[in-house]
Ligand binder design. Structure first.
Ligand code: XCC
Length: 658
């Protein structure tokens, strides 16, 4: 019998201009198409997102299922155990928070382990670079600093901060940074976090079959776990990284694929942990390795970053940044990358295949992240250069034997990034009166309408960079100062919005402030864990006075317009629990018009926290954030001040005419 021929499903043709606004990425996707190479953009177009999973209407927590509920009739049936749609969605949501929080806190704990071993002298390749920050952080958690050695202070600080992860009872150390009224709300709700390990463990337990089956109670533990990340694991990661590697201050950087150099050995570091990158900087500056590269015919060694590794190191060292999450496969298509060296988080498995097509070495370095088809060179903090020198040698070897045709998009943009919360204080207040007073005053007098955090990933389900850029343009046009982390800030940098010159795109009030201070209207402040800097800035604004008593009173809002990772959900939940209205784009993994949906999008605000919002449209997103900021201004009684500013301007114009 002749074999039945099943026709292969024809793959969808992509119009690259519909899927990204990044010209360099488009150029590389065109090349990939010519070369017959597939990326996540192709896979997304050819894989319809599972509609049941997208609504979170499926439960696979036990083998009586998996149970599928109907998002169009959410209360029409329940799971085999009787679980309702609200239980199922809140358990799924909880596990996203737990996984996202685990990623950040595991990263933070690694930083703290490194700090301990550096202080004890067991690791000698790193040292404390910012003793002033060490002192400040130690004081902030009650460690005595007067007349004590740096080592003694650091050891006590380690012991105190370790509680962030391991404390079984009581409140984590940085809970003392939370404004009193916000903390009061948390205490009333029973969500002040203990150590992250405890919170994540409890959240996993509660979301097991047959345990917590009330969506509101599950949400409480989601908040507690997320707060253990934001005010705990992530905050410690940021503070310790500043102490070890230096606190960022503004620096001009180059972004986009044009940072690659055809005549040099190109190494890209992609992932999240700064210790790998810091050691890589040492290795590429080692004279003997530079000589080796020259012997191989290269003009030098060119080190660039991508994603959060890149975002974190660009704010400290001004290392060029080659692109955000949705450009990591595309950049390999240049054929110019000799090694892509990765550690943890956001490393697509698809990189291995693309790297292989162009003879690029994909090197994994962290014991937590191996990838089939990649070379693993384990990184040990006790001898970091053993790994990073090896990576450089591998890159030189690949350069010598390059066979792939090289095509580098000649696109390079400039941004000014590195606005730590300490620097924002200094920038606005000056050396002798560094404070948030000028920011608060400018918000009160209405020059600045409010502050928005626009953060997070890029995602092949939406046009890359488009939602970030359009949203931010709308916000600054409406006098809203924007602070940014992660891949979002790279989208804005590629579009020239992170330079002081971009002030011309801001509304008159924000423009005046930016031009007086010489700052961009869009402030890049670091990687995803550095969202903790935004929390600290919010706390400082409350403590400075004049803008209410809790974070929920502030005229601020947050957004992750192109989010994709579980970390983003955890970040969203800690902002919401801290009091911030937080809007997500793409798709929100919950069925609308359900009790759990109402709880997240309305109920939490009624309990004194913030709330979630959702829209995929950047202009609607801006409208929602501006409306919220205006609502808060009105509640604070400063909406009149803003009107006055506009009247002043009109008066001035009248005077000009006269
Ligand atoms: Fe990952 Fe952190 Fe998202 Fe970028 S923004 S895609 S999480 S690298 Ni943080």
């Amino acid at each position: 019998m002749p074999e039945k021929i099943i026709p292969k499903k024809k793959k969808k043709e992509l119009n690259f201009r519909d899927i990204t606004t990044c010209d360099a990425t488009i150029q590389m996707l065109e090349k990939a198409k010519r070369d017959g190479v597939e990326t996540a953009f192709d896979r997304a177009a050819n894989m319809k997102a599972c509609p049941i999973g997208a609504d979170s209407a499926c439960c696979k927590h036990c083998s009586m299922g998996p149970c599928r509920l109907n998002a169009k009739d959410p209360y029409g049936k329940v799971g085999v155990c009787g679980a309702t749609i609200d239980t199922i969605m809140s358990r799924n949501f909880a596990r996203m928070v737990a996984a996202g929080g685990a990623a950040h806190t595991d990263h933070g704990m690694s930083m703290l382990d490194l700090f301990r071993d550096v202080v004890k002298g067991e690791i000698t390749d790193y040292k404390i670079k910012d003793p002033i920050k060490l002192d400040a952080v130690a004081k902030s958690v009650g460690v005595e600093t007067e007349g004590r050695s740096m080592e003694d202070i650091a050891l006590d600080l380690y012991a105190e901060l370790e509680k962030t992860y391991t404390q079984v009872d009581g409140e984590i150390p940085f809970a003392n940074r939370v404004p009193a009224k916000t903390l009061e709300v948390w205490r009333k709700q029973g969500i002040v976090p203990r150590g992250a390990m405890r919170e994540i463990m409890e959240l996993m337990h509660r979301s097991h079959m047959g345990v917590d089956q009330h969506y509101a109670n599950i949400t409480k533990q989601c908040s507690r776990t997320a707060l253990a990340d934001g005010w705990g694991g992530s905050m410690v990661a940021t503070e310790i990284s500043d102490i070890l590697f230096g606190t960022p201050s503004p620096i001009g950087i180059e972004v986009n694929m044009g940072v690659l150099k055809e005549d040099q050995v190109n190494i890209i570091v992609h992932g999240h942990e700064p210790n790998l990158f810091e050691s890589m900087i040492e290795s590429v500056n080692t004279q003997s390795l530079i000589e080796e590269a020259k012997k191989a015919g290269a003009k030098g060694i060119n080190l660039c970053g991508m994603c959060c590794s890149g975002a974190e190191v660009l704010v400290r060292h001004g290392i060029p940044h080659a692109g955000n999450f949705m450009s990591t496969e595309a950049i390999l298509v240049t054929g110019a990358v000799d090694v892509m060296c990765v550690d943890v988080q956001c490393i697509k498995q698809g990189l291995a295949k693309v790297a292989d097509c162009y003879g690029t070495q994909l090197v994994t370095t962290n014991p937590r992240c191996h990838i089939e088809g990649a070379t693993h060179v384990e990184f040990h903090e006790h001898d970091p250069k053993a790994c990073t020198d090896d990576v450089v040698i591998k890159a030189i070897t690949r350069f010598k034997n390059r066979t792939a045709e090289v095509e580098i998009p000649q696109i390079k943009n400039i941004g000014v990034h590195g606005f730590s919360h300490e620097y924002i204080k200094y920038m606005l207040g000056g050396t002798f009166r560094a404070s948030y007073r000028p920011l608060n005053d400018n918000i009160i007098n209405g020059r600045i309408r409010g502050v928005a955090g626009v953060v997070g990933c890029t995602n092949p389900r939406v046009k890359q960079d488009f939602v970030h850029v359009e949203l931010v343009k709308e916000l600054i046009k409406n006098d809203i100062l924007v602070v940014q982390t992660g891949c979002s800030q790279i989208a804005l940098a590629k579009n020239g919005l992170t330079t002081p010159e971009a002030a011309v795109l801001a509304g008159p009030g924000l423009r005046e402030v930016c031009e007086t201070v010489g700052m961009p209207p869009v402030l890049g402040i670091g990687s995803c864990v550095d969202n903790s800097r935004i929390l600290i800035a919010c706390a400082e604004m409350v403590n400075e006075g004049g803008l209410g008593e809790s974070i929920a009173d502030l005229p601020v809002a947050g957004a992750a317009p192109e989010w994709m990772s579980e970390k983003a959900i955890c970040i969203g939940q800690y902002f919401v629990a801290s009091g911030v209205f937080t809007v997500f784009g793409v798709k929100f993994p919950i069925v609308e018009e359900t009790k759990f949906h109402k709880h997240l999008f309305q109920g939490l605000e009624e309990e004194g926290m913030g709330k979630w919002g959702y829209t995929a449209d950047p202009y609607e997103m801006a409208r929602m954030m501006i409306a919220h900021i205006d609502k808060k201004r009105k509640q604070l009684g400063i909406d009149k001040a803003r009107e006055r500013v506009l009247m002043d301007m009109a008066d001035r114009q009248k005077l000009d005419v006269a």
